[in-house]
Design a protein around this ligand. Structure first.
Ligand SMILES: Nc1ncnc2c1ncn2[C@@H]1O[C@H](COP(=O)(O)OP(=O)(O)OP(=O)(O)O)[C@@H](O)[C@H]1O
Length: 228
């Protein structure tokens, strides 16, 4: 197992926005963290990365309680755009290389080409879909054991979504685990290995998608509609 969320809880203004979230993240898997806006997905991801301190519970990473050492092995992609306008696609790669040990420049260059970007493009000239692709490829070019992608498919067209999914599938291996948060269930149904339904800060249900299809003969979207 790569990481574990043990009873993670966060309270804002007296309200539990994440409540007792316990989840084991096993290597070689893509997890879909599925739930409506405001259900606590981002707050949970920020606790996993160490950006937000839990009120209760702990993160176990690679067999030991979370320490700052874990930060270099956790690649978190927030929903906000986080590059400077004046940067070029090439300088985003250099910036990442300076910040993150093990950033794979060759992989970055390959992914830039694969998703149809260009090293000379300026961040300020990128469309929404291009920016979404840039965020994902920069994050996925980091060497990490845990990738946390917050809403990577929101607000972009079908082709850009497919390219992003390809990059995610190219990156997953037995040595890492990828978590994608989204409320776009149909978009992730075909490629996630595990679905985690989250509502009002709690995990309602977690299952592996293969078992769901075989045993219950249902799609994730069907079950989501029933339970949420
Ligand atoms: N820093 C903060 N201070 C106060 N309340 C917060 C803070 N961050 C998040 N919240 C509240 O916590 C709840 C969960 O928010 P969170 O962003 O984790 O949900 P989410 O599932 O990621 O939603 P979205 O998809 O809209 O980002 C929301 O009600 C939000 O308003």
């Amino acid at each position: 197992m790569i990481a574990e969320s043990r009873n993670l809880t966060k309270v804002y203004r007296g309200k539990q926005v994440v409540s007792d979230v316990t989840l084991k993240l096993r290597g070689g898997n893509i997890y879909g963290l599925l739930g409506p806006n405001g259900c606590g997905k981002t707050t949970w991801m920020k606790m996993m990365t160490g950006f937000v301190k839990p009120a209760k519970g702990e993160v176990i990473f690679d067999g030991a309680p979370w320490t700052y050492r874990a930060k270099s092995e956790i690649a978190y992609m927030p929903t906000e755009a986080f590059f400077y306008d004046f940067m070029k696609v090439a300088s985003v790669g250099k910036y990442y290389k300076d910040f993150f040990e093990g950033f794979d420049e060759e992989k970055y260059e390959e992914l830039v080409r694969k998703v149809g970007l260009d090293m000379d493009m300026k961040v300020r000239d990128l469309s929404t879909g291009m920016m979404a692709k840039l965020k994902v490829i920069a994050t996925m070019s980091r060497k990490a054991m845990l990738y946390l992608l917050d809403e990577p498919l929101n607000g972009i067209d079908l082709k850009a979504r497919e390219e992003i999914v390809d990059v995610i599938l190219m990156t997953v291996s037995a040595k890492n685990v990828i978590v994608i948060s989204t409320h776009l269930i149909e978009e992730v149904e075909s490629f996630i290995d595990n679905a985690v339904f989250m509502k009002d800060g709690k995990i309602l249900r977690e299952f592996d998608t293969e078992t769901l299809r075989m045993q219950e003969g249902k799609s994730i979207a069907d079950l989501y509609r029933e339970l949420m």
